[in-house]
Design a protein around this ligand. Structure first.
Ligand code: KIV
Length: 280
């Protein structure tokens, strides 16, 4: 069923059931207005920890806190009624042990109303994923390039080339086996993404992976051209909104300095106008 035809937001088991069916559509979201734009259009919206880089100007996702995720999660929840919300567990909030992960995942879901959490990691996170799922927390996994591990991966490079392919495959199998309802495949070679999609029983959500994945995700500010500091190869720009914003700000500044704004259209008369339709 397409998201627009659905009267309510899907649940994790609905997303799982889309494996091999209609491609799953998703974007990141960080604010209420942007969430409203994708409500009923995307199957799920991810409150990604990319919020740290995209909206807060951080150099990586490592500085993102639970408090930031809760703030943005609450904002996104206000904009969604027909699209499921998934929320990222930030760096340091789940890696210690399954109990720490449960405490923080439960808090994220309780405070924001998210339908599921996402966490990064494959085989090393399998025990934690199983622990969460057994206790009522739906988990979306994330393998391949895992940006929270940028310092140990040696940068934002393609993962799973050559002999490394077997590790990424084993990671995807491990998270599926542990009970994740879907898995994000980030920045891996296309043939590897296709192999994993064929061999795991849960939907694969690609970002820099393959059109053959069960679904796709992009960072919304990337695809709208709002975040244009750099453009990864896997991003397609569907608009250039930052160019428009910069131009609009220039135009405004020029008009203010030339006293061409505000005009009579934007100011108020001393007397109540008689005309019907006047607002004040
Ligand atoms: O935080 C994020 O935006 C993500 C997506 C890139 C999948 O994890």
């Amino acid at each position: 069923m397409s998201a627009s035809a659905r009267p309510t937001a899907p649940m994790p088991h609905d997303i799982r059931a889309m494996k091999g069916q209609t491609p799953i559509v998703s974007l990141t979201a960080y604010t209420t207005p942007m969430a409203r734009n994708m409500d009923g259009v995307c199957d799920f919206a991810l409150v990604g920890d990319s919020v740290g880089m995209v909206l807060h100007g951080l150099p990586s996702t490592l500085g993102v806190t639970l408090e930031m995720m809760i703030l943005h999660g609450k904002a996104v929840a206000r904009g969604l009624s027909r699209t499921m919300m998934v929320i990222d567990m930030p760096f340091g909030s789940y890696e210690e042990d399954p109990e720490q992960a449960f405490r923080n995942a439960a808090m994220l879901m309780r405070e924001t109303g998210a339908g599921a959490v996402k966490l990064e990691g494959g085989q090393t996170m399998a025990t934690t994923i199983a622990f969460l799922v057994a206790r009522g927390i739906p988990v979306m996994a994330h393998v391949g390039l895992t940006p929270q591990s940028v310092n140990t991966l040696g940068g934002y490079r393609v993962q799973g080339r050559d002999a490394q392919a077997e590790t990424v495959r084993a990671d995807a199998r491990a998270v599926a086996q542990a009970g994740a309802f879907a898995v994000v495949l980030e920045k891996i070679p296309q043939p590897l993404a296709d192999t994993i999609t064929a061999e795991v029983p849960i939907p694969t959500i690609g970002i820099g992976a393959s059109a053959g994945c069960d679904g796709q995700i992009l960072v919304v500010d990337d695809m709208l051209g709002l975040f244009d500091a750099f453009k990864p190869k896997f991003v397609k720009r569907y608009a250039e909104l930052n160019t428009l914003a910069r131009q609009a700000i220039q135009d405004y500044a020029e008009e203010v300095r030339a006293r061409r704004f505000p005009t009579s259209d934007h100011v108020f008369a001393a007397e109540q106008p008689a005309a019907k339709g006047a607002t004040q």
